[in-house]
Write a protein of this length. Sequence first.
Length: 303
Amino acid sequence: MKSLKIFLLILVPTVFYSQKIRVFILAGQSNMNGFGYNKDLPNDLKSFKDVYIFQGNSVPDGDLNGGVGKWEALKPGNGTGFKSDGKTNTLSDRFGLELSFAKRMKELFPNDKIALIKYAREGTSIDSLAKGDFGCWDSDFRGKNGINQYDNFLTTVKNALAETDIDGNGKKDILVPSGILWMQGEGDASYTEEVANRYYVHLKTLMNQMRAALLTDDLPVVIGKISDSGKNEVGKVWPRGELVQYAQEKFVQDDKHAAIVRSTKKYNYGNDPWHYDSAGYIDLGKNFAEEVFRLIINFENKP
């Protein structure tokens, strides 16, 4: 498997390392990227201690600069509009679930440093037939230059894990994969019934590929359940939304190391019918943290 080949040389034995940092993967499409406004943030979500983020540059399938980035202390601005050339990160005026997620994880693991690796792109689907001009997460899809969104994700993780001192304190770090957060499905729900009916298989395959890339077959996975604002002329934004929701529920029912966040159904939306408002992203991050923490405790305490 190509992901194993990429990472076997990165996740090296940790005997010589002196500092453990919990790493969480954040991936998906636009509601993972985040459309909250920084101006709406409370003060306790504006700065963090011992929390770091590497966000891969988001590009369409086929572009050659996807996944480049740079580790930085977490602060607002990693929502839609974020860019990186690998040397400089350009923050935006938007945020996603990463801020409230990090705050809650620090409350739950007060003695641990936290690292986030994020790659998300608006409009993307898993199924290549639903990708449109946005992009496709199917690892078998080969478009221009043979690069898809899963390739950009792998490049993001590879670049992030290549850094051995992410906090710059002169000590080498043990970067310990602790969970995958996945917020996606709207793209597949916007196409045909056949595409939506394939979502379960595609989701299961993709999550297991991500786990394999991180060399942890039973790594905790938390899925954000898609929701529908009803804010269009027919009162239903995602024509096949119920089928994708069913597939998400089936995935977590069948996978004992997975959980789902269902609070999305109560969120309000911002200036468009597709993206949550600022309060929604704040609540979403907290709920992702609660679910992944529960899975981690079960995972780490297993016999």
